[in-house]
Design a protein around this ligand. Sequence first.
Ligand code: FAD
Length: 531
Amino acid sequence: KAVVYWMRMEDMRTSDNKALALASGTAQTQGLPLIVLFALTSQEYKIHGRSVRRIDFVLRNLAMLKSEFAALHIPLYIHTHSGRRRDLPEKLLKLLESWNVTQLFANMEYEVDELRRDLTVLEKGRDRTHKVKPTFVHDRCVVEPGMVANKQGKAYSVYTPWSKAWLGIIQSRPDLFDPYPDPDPNDPSIKEHELYGTLFDSPVPTSLEGFICEDAAHMNTIWPAGTKAAMSFLVRFLQTKARSSQCSMDTLPPAVEKAKPKPKAQTRETRLGAYANQRDRADLDSSSRLSPYLSAGVISARECIRHAIAFQGKRDVRYVDLKRDDGAGMWMSEVGWRDFYNHVMAAYPRVSMGRPFQEKYADVRWEVDPALFEAWKQGKTGVPIVDAAMRMLNERGWMHNRLRMITAMYLTKDLMLDWRLGEQYFMSQLIDGDLASNNGGWQWSASTGVDPQPYFRVFNPYTQSEKADPSGDLIRRFVPELKGLSGKAIHDPFSHLDKAAFKKLKYPEPIVDHKLARERVMRRYKNPGDD
Ligand code: FAD
């Protein structure tokens, strides 16, 4: 007999992991061996438009986890499923039967297909003679979906009241932040399994068919795998200063081995301390850059918040104010958006099916213009901040939140192209691609989502540029054609340079006129279905 923890691509860590803690606790009390199972499902990844970078990140994390689990004397077995995705539950149950598994533990995934898959596992498991008892638990969010409800018991669709209720729950239950116990490598009650030899020797694939990552080496340098790397990004955010004079997007976190948070009195100069005022500055590298690690669950959101609170000298979460002008509260509120979008996805499955949350905007008429879409993708729109951001996405697989908002708003409102095209393109490039947050961000920008930016508030990309990149460093770093410019010209060279000087730059003219585009979007949203 054996107990299995089924690890998913959103909970790739050995510590502070609820399903793993439950599985190892059960193995311990029942004196059974513990096996960790991971299923690589290429068809699923393709259907969900997962980027090759994200899959490569999964594989790199799996390689590290293999040895981390081995050090805990637990085998990690990777099942590569190349067939139809609907056959996966049956395949896995057969595998579990062959191992004589009695109990299966997994953290829940809230995407509609994944929920259906887990329900099939539950149903099929129940119908068989060899019974595997599956247990699915909540771990992805700080507060589990369904717990934050309004007075009528319904899910919220607006962030501010939701966040008040969310914080209320957290403050009345500081235990929500308690870490789950790590598996104990010296536990004598955990037994050897006859298959352990084979399972320990099973290989971790270095690539997956259909997901060849051409810039894998570069991604490995800027987004190293593993919990230690995640911790080093966290330490960098909590302890180091955001540079104020030059674009520091190329700095890497401190050496991974040194990364251990050491709480001490914080000044407002650390990234965390300055976050309340600087979080919208895309040129200062002012945010944590933890999203790839949080999306893959390489570190838990609980752990991040625990450290942030300690660093700001707060005794515990009861002393945090989400609106106060200090970094910890503001940062916690941003991590809250991650919970919020997961709660929305769990409560309103239509958002993971390509539908707008606000059904009244389902008939907005979008332009069909592959050339405009291509210019946006390649960062050749003639709007410097949009181009810098898109080139950054293509080069790094990541963008600052403000840049995501600017580029998404530009695609949907200035180019009037369908938000789903942008959502898919982001997903195909991002290393932190996550359905709930990506869809939430796109629908916010397109004004079709929960708590969206109202349609009549259209970002002016040039004034946004002056706010997000006042120094122009970010644009100069990613748009080398403009590296000789400064002042107003860096944000809008077409309007601020004479014709000859502009021509010399070999930089495109703006592909649309912002003022006209703004009028068009007003018409189309006011009367969806009309021209
Ligand atoms: P920090 O500012 O340090 O925030 C800490 C963490 O809080 C983040 O790592 C993230 O987990 C969470 N967070 C912060 N802001 C948000 C937000 N607005 N929504 C949800 N979670 C948030 N985030 C993803 O993780 N994956 C995506 O695929 C994704 N797509 C997006 C698409 C659009 C159009 C927009 C507008 C936003 C998207 N976001 C996405 C949210 C946000 O932009 C990123 O989480 C953030 O930029 C990551 O940088 P950071 O880790 O330095 O964030």
